[in-house]
Design a binder for this molecule. Structure first.
Ligand SMILES: [Zn+2]
Ligand SMILES: [Zn+2]
Ligand SMILES: [Zn+2]
Length: 71
């Protein structure tokens, strides 16, 4: 009986740990819909961007290159 409840408690604690260690944010580019992990983000002026293109404000009109995003 105890075995069953123990397993579900362990699964829950793994889930919480994963969510706490990976911090994700929306790209700071207004038109961009990408979600970027802060540790992988391109950082500029204290903001987190999904790509160099977004961080530079799309100077050449290029998009960030991510599917489903037309920023
Ligand atoms: Zn984007
Ligand atoms: Zn972006
Ligand atoms: Zn963008």
């Amino acid at each position: 009986m105890n075995n069953c409840s123990d397993v579900s408690i362990i699964e829950k604690s793994i889930l919480v740990k994963t969510m706490a260690t990976v911090t994700q944010m929306k790209c700071a580019c207004d038109a961009c819909v990408c979600i970027v992990a802060i540790e992988d983000a391109v950082k500029k002026d204290g903001k987190n961007y999904c790509s160099e293109a977004c961080a530079n404000g799309h100077p050449n009109g290029e998009n960030c290159g991510h599917q489903g995003c037309d920023c």
